[in-house]
Design a protein around this ligand. Structure first.
Ligand SMILES: Cc1cc2nc3c(=O)[nH]c(=O)nc-3n(C[C@H](O)[C@H](O)[C@H](O)COP(=O)(O)OP(=O)(O)OC[C@H]3O[C@@H](n4cnc5c(N)ncnc54)[C@H](O)[C@@H]3O)c2cc1C
Length: 437
C-alpha cells in the first residue's frame, strides 16, 4: 500500500523548514511530511551561507520580505529567548562618488526612504575616523589600483537594522517548532528521484497521462517507494530544475556558485583591531562591509575572532542548470588571484594572511532576483531566493502557506500584507532587484 499525506515538503533548507512550520501551524488537521536527501535539516546551501541579514534592497518587494523577516528574527531572539547569535552590526556599502550618483543608487535610496527602511549616508571623512584601517583613496601613481580599476571610497550607505545570525540556529528554531506540531516524523537521507505526475482521473490506459487528460503531481518517487500527497511543496533551492523540468513545470531559476573564505584575526593585531571596529553599533564589531570594487565583501565573526570574505562576481562566473557536488568546494586560487588583491588594497591589514578554511554553495537565482512562490499542477514551488534566502525566509514561508490556503493576501510578521500570488508566474508584480551581492 502506498503512503499518503496531505502535504509533502521536499527540501529541508531554511525555506522548506520554515514553510513546513507555517503549513502545519495554520493547517493543524493536515499531515505534513518533510523530506531531505541530507542527514538533517539545513545542511546544504543554508549551512554555507554568510547568514547576513539586510533590509537594504532596491525593490520594494525585497524590502518588505526582509524587513518583516528580520523583525520576526528579532522577536525569536529577544522575546522568545531563542538564541540565534543575532547581532545587529549593520551593513556598510562603500561607494565612489560616481557610484553614489548613479541613477540605480539614487532609486535605491529613494525607495528605502519611501518604505521607511532606515539608512544613513556617511561621508569619507567620518568613515575614515570610524575605520582608520580602510584605504579610501588611491593615488594616481598607484599602478595596482589603476590596473584593478579600484574605485575610491567617497561615501557609504549604512543600515543599522541589518546584521548577521547563525543560520543553523534559525533552522533549528523552525524545525523544533514544526516538530512540536507535526504528527509525522521528517525523513532525512531520503532523496526524491522525481515527482509523480498522474492523470486525473486515471482511466488505466497505457502511457498515462495522455495529452488530453488532466494532470497533477500526486506525490514523489523515492528509493523507499512512491509517497502520495495532495500537495507537494518543492523547496530544493538550486536543484529546482532537476525536479520540475522532467514533468514540464516551469521554474525560471539558475544556479551560481558562491564561496566564503575564513581568515583568522587572532594573532594578527591589525586585523583584530579591524574586526572589533567600534562606533557603528553597540555590537562593537565591524558592519558587514561591501567594497566599491570587485564585489568583495567582509563579514565579521566575533565568536570565532575571524572574518568571512566573499565575492559577488557577476560576469565571468557561470550560471548553471543545477548544483553539482564540486560547487561545495572553495577555490584557493580564486581567493589568491581574484579576491585577495582587491581586499588587501582597501584593508592592508589582510596582507600576507591566508584563509584557514573555505567553503561554497550555490545561489538559486530568479531572473528578477525576487523569490518565486507559485502553484502549478499540484506543486507549490518555493525557490529563487537569489542569495538572500535566510533573510527572507520567514516572509517567503508565510506567503507559501497563504497560497496553500487559497488566501488572496499573506499577512507577514507585524501585520503588513502582500498579495499571495504576487511572487508567482502569472500575476507577478515586482520591481527588478538591483542590489545584489
Ligand atoms: C556562499 C553563500 C553565501 C550566502 N550568504 C547569504 C547571506 O549572507 N544571507 C542570506 O540571506 N542568504 C545567503 N545565501 C543564500 C542562502 O544560503 C540561500 O538563499 C538559502 O539557504 C536558500 O535556502 P533553500 O532552502 O532554498 O535552499 P537549500 O538550503 O539549498 O535547501 C534545499 C534542500 O533541498 C534538498 N534537496 C535538493 N534536492 C533534493 C531531492 N531531490 N530530494 C530530497 N532533498 C533534496 C537539499 O538537500 C537541501 O537541504 C548565501 C549562499 C551561499 C552559497
Amino acid at each position: 500500500m502506498t503512503e499518503k499525506f496531505d502535504i509533502i515538503v521536499v527540501g529541508a533548507g531554511i525555506l522548506g523548514v520554515a514553510s513546513a512550520y507555517y503549513l502545519q501551524k495554520n493547517n493543524p488537521d493536515k499531515t505534513v511530511l518533510l523530506v531531505d536527501s541530507q542527514p538533517d535539516a539545513g545542511q546544504a546551501n543554508t549551512a554555507m551561507s554568510a547568514a547576513a541579514i539586510r533590509n537594504m534592497f532596491s525593490s520594494s518587494t525585497n524590502q518588505l520580505l526582509t524587513d518583516t523577516s528580520i523583525d520576526f528574527f528579532r522577536h525569536i531572539h529577544d522575546d522568545l529567548k531563542f538564541d540565534l547569535t543575532l547581532h545587529l552590526c549593520g551593513y556598510l556599502w562603500l561607494l565612489s562618488e560616481q557610484q553614489f550618483k548613479e541613477p540605480s543608487v539614487q532609486t535605491w535610496m529613494q525607495r528605502m526612504e519611501a518604505n521607511d527602511i532606515a539608512y544613513r549616508v556617511i561621508e569619507q571623512k567620518e568613515l575614515q575616523q570610524l575605520i582608520p584601517g580602510l584605504v579610501c583613496e588611491f593615488s594616481a601613481e598607484d599602478e595596482e589600483a589603476a590596473l584593478m580599476h579600484l574605485n575610491n571610497v567617497d561615501y557609504a550607505l549604512f543600515g543599522a537594522e541589518c546584521g548577521v545570525l547563525d543560520p543553523s540556529l534559525l533552522v533549528q528554531f523552525y524545525k523544533s517548532e514544526f516538530l512540536k506540531l507535526s504528527k509525522v516524523k521528517p525523513r532525512f537521507n531520503l532523496r526524491v528521484d522525481s515527482l509523480l505526475l498522474e492523470a486525473q482521473p486515471s482511466l488505466g490506459l497505457p502511457g498515462e497521462p495522455l495529452v488530453w487528460q488532466q494532470k497533477q503531481v500526486t506525490g514523489i518517487r523515492t528509493s523507499q517507494g512512491n509517497i502520495h500527497a495532495d500537495k507537494v511543496v518543492v523547496a530544493v533551492g538550486p536543484w529546482t530544475n532537476t525536479l520540475l523540468d522532467p514533468v514540464g513545470i516551469p521554474s525560471y531559476v539558475k544556479a551560481k556558485k558562491r564561496q566564503l573564505f575564513m581568515v583568522a584575526a587572532s594573532d594578527h593585531p591589525p586585523l583584530e583591531e579591524l574586526l572589533f571596529t567600534k562606533g557603528f553599533s553597540d555590537t562593537g564589531f565591524i558592519p558587514f562591509t561591501i567594497l566599491p570594487s570587485g564585489g568583495v565583501y567582509v563579514r565579521g565573526v566575533p565568536e570565532e575572532k575571524s572574518f568571512w570574505i566573499g565575492c559577488a562576481d557577476k560576469v565571468g562566473r557561470a550560471y548553471k542548470y543545477t548544483m553539482d557536488e564540486e560547487d561545495y568546494s572553495g577555490e584557493r586560487a580564486y581567493y589568491e588571484n581574484s579576491v585577495y588583491p582587491v581586499l588587501s588594497k582597501y584593508f592592508p591589514a589582510f596582507a600576507n594572511i591566508r584563509p584557514g578554511n573555505m567553503w561554497a554553495g550555490d545561489y538559486a537565482y530568479a531572473v528578477d532576483a525576487i523569490p518565486l512562490i507559485y502553484e502549478h499542477s499540484g506543486v507549490l514551488v518555493v525557490t529563487g531566493a537569489s542569495g538572500s534566502g535566510i533573510m527572507k525566509a520567514d516572509a517567503i514561508a508565510r506567503i507559501a502557506d497563504a497560497l496553500y490556503r487559497g488566501e488572496p493576501k499573506a499577512t507577514l510578521y507585524g501585520g503588513r500584507t502582500i498579495p499571495a500570488d504576487s511572487l508567482g508566474l502569472t500575476n507577478r508584480k515586482v520591481e527588478v532587484e538591483s542590489v545584489l551581492i
